[in-house]
Each structure stands twice: as C-alpha cells, then as structure tokens.
Design a protein around this ligand. Structure first.
Ligand SMILES: Nc1ncnc2c1ncn2[C@@H]1O[C@H](COP(=O)(O)OP(=O)(O)O)[C@@H](O)[C@H]1O
Ligand SMILES: [Mg+2]
Length: 246
C-alpha cells in the first residue's frame, strides 16, 4: 500500500481512508468562499507541526494576507509564526497581476510563457525549501487568462507532471463558477488530477451549508458521502458527528 499523507483534517482523512496517497496531485475545487484556501492552509499547517515541510504558493493573495486570514479564522493555531520561522511552512506568492496588466488583452503566447515561468518558479521553490507537501492557490488565475480551454488543460497537465517528478503531494485549488452540485461534478479538466475534493456551499432556505465530498482519489477507497462542515477556530470540522463515513 502506498504511504499516506495525513491532511490532519480528521474528517477528510477518514473520508479517504487514512490520508492522501503519497504523490497524488489533488484538485480542491469549489465556489468562491467555500473554504478552499483555509482547507489547503490547514493541510500544510498540520503537516508542519509534524515536522513535514510544506510550500503554500499563492497566485491570488499576497502571502501576508494568507497568513492574516488563516490567523483570523484559526485562532487556535498558535504556532503559525513558529512553523514559518522554523522553515516547515513557507508561504510564497507570485505577483502575476502586473504581468497580466502588461500583457494587455491576453496575447495567448505571452500567457503560455507566463504560466511556464510561474511553474518554473514553483519548481525552484519546492527544491529550495525541500517541501514534500505543496499547495497552489489557485489555478483559476490561469484559467481566466488562457482563453483556449485545450491550452489551459495542456498547461495544467504539464504542471501536474512537474509536481509528480518532484515527488510532492499537492492540493491545487480551483474556483468553480457554478454552485450546482451536478455541474460541479463534471468539469472537463478533472481528468488531469489524481484526486478531486469538492467544497460546496449548498443553498438552504435562508443560508448556505458548506459541504465536502471526495469525487475521486487514486490509490485508495474513499467515501461517497457529502459531509457538512464549518470553519472553526480549531480548523475544518464536520457539523454532525460522522462515524460511518466510508
Ligand atoms: N474568521 C473566520 N471565522 C469563521 N469563518 C471564516 C473566517 N474567515 C473565513 N471564514 C469562512 O471561510 C470562507 C472563506 O474561506 P476561503 O478559504 O478563503 O474560501 P475560498 O478560498 O474557497 O474562496 C468564508 O466564506 C467563511 O465562510
Ligand atoms: Mg481562496
């Protein structure tokens, strides 16, 4: 059996029968505000506490913003600064907004070049930090820039190959426009990834319920259930007690 990389998010680890199979490149897909960034952060933080090095590579928010938001949401995570200081948790970002502006209306070849240079930057950060766990938040930044869906998929496939060759286990966040559970499930780009975790914000009568579902996870059996969760001060936690989730 392949080694497991625990996410430390107990409900998620249960849903994938122990942890992410080592070397899997997992998409964490969901609508805006569904909790992708925080979930991915918690994965790296929990691993950092166990002495496992992680790289959080942000393509959306500045690293300081990521840290501030995580501290605001997870007030029980007392060691964020410590894990950053000891090198177990590295938060980096590429400011691609300027480059995008420079590229004007999105010349396709320029966008491909930009994507390639960010992938190189991620690869060299992984090497220099010796991270074995990686988060890229989010790939949607590129999806918005590259109009041709096939080109976007090829570039995503290339990124996944680069990560695989570096032997890391990753969560790659994807922002999905639709809140519809059925449509969320069948994104054409999903075939690229070894695993797909979806975060839903399902509308109820007067509010929304955040839920977690594992659509696919290579190398393990996994739950077919959709589990409601909340962001609490101690991390991502299920709302109801879930025993037989597998
Ligand atoms: N301090 C907080 N306390 C409780 N919940 C929070 C806090 N900050 C953010 N959240 C929840 O997390 C969501 C944002 O999470 P985030 O990971 O940034 O979403 P995404 O990356 O999917 O857009 C918010 O919509 C809110 O529901
Ligand atoms: Mg986010």
């Amino acid at each position: 059996m392949r080694q497991r990389i625990n996410t430390g998010i107990s409900i998620l680890d249960k849903m994938i029968n122990g942890g992410i199979p080592e070397g899997n490149q997992v998409a964490l897909a969901g609508t805006a505000g569904s909790g992708k960034t925080l979930t991915a952060f918690e994965f790296l933080y929990n691993n950092a506490k166990e002495g496992k090095k992680g790289l959080f590579f942000s393509l959306e928010e500045a690293p300081e913003q990521i840290i501030e938001n995580a501290k605001d949401a997870f007030t029980d995570f007392k060691d964020i600064d410590k894990q950053i200081a000891n090198g177990n948790l590295k938060i980096e970002g590429a400011d691609i907004k300027e480059t995008i502006r420079g590229a004007g209306n999105g010349d396709e070849s320029q966008m491909n070049y930009l994507f390639g240079s960010v992938v190189n930057q991620i690869a060299s950060s992984i090497k220099s930090t010796q991270a074995t766990r990686v988060v890229i938040d989010s790939l949607t930044t590129f999806k918005l820039l590259i109009r041709d869906p096939l080109a976007y998929r090829m570039l995503s496939l290339n990124l996944v190959d680069v990560l695989k060759n570096l032997n890391v286990t990753s969560m790659l966040t994807l922002e999905i426009q639709t809140g519809s559970r059925e449509r969320l499930k069948y994104q054409p780009e999903f075939f690229i990834y070894d695993g797909i975790i979806v975060l839903y914000a399902i509308p109820e009568e007067r509010s929304r319920i955040q839920s977690l579902e594992v659509l696919k996870m290579r190398g393990t059996k996994h739950s077919f259930k959709t589990v409601p969760y909340v962001v609490t001060s101690s991390g991502i936690n299920p709302i109801i007690s879930v025993e037989n989730v597998l």
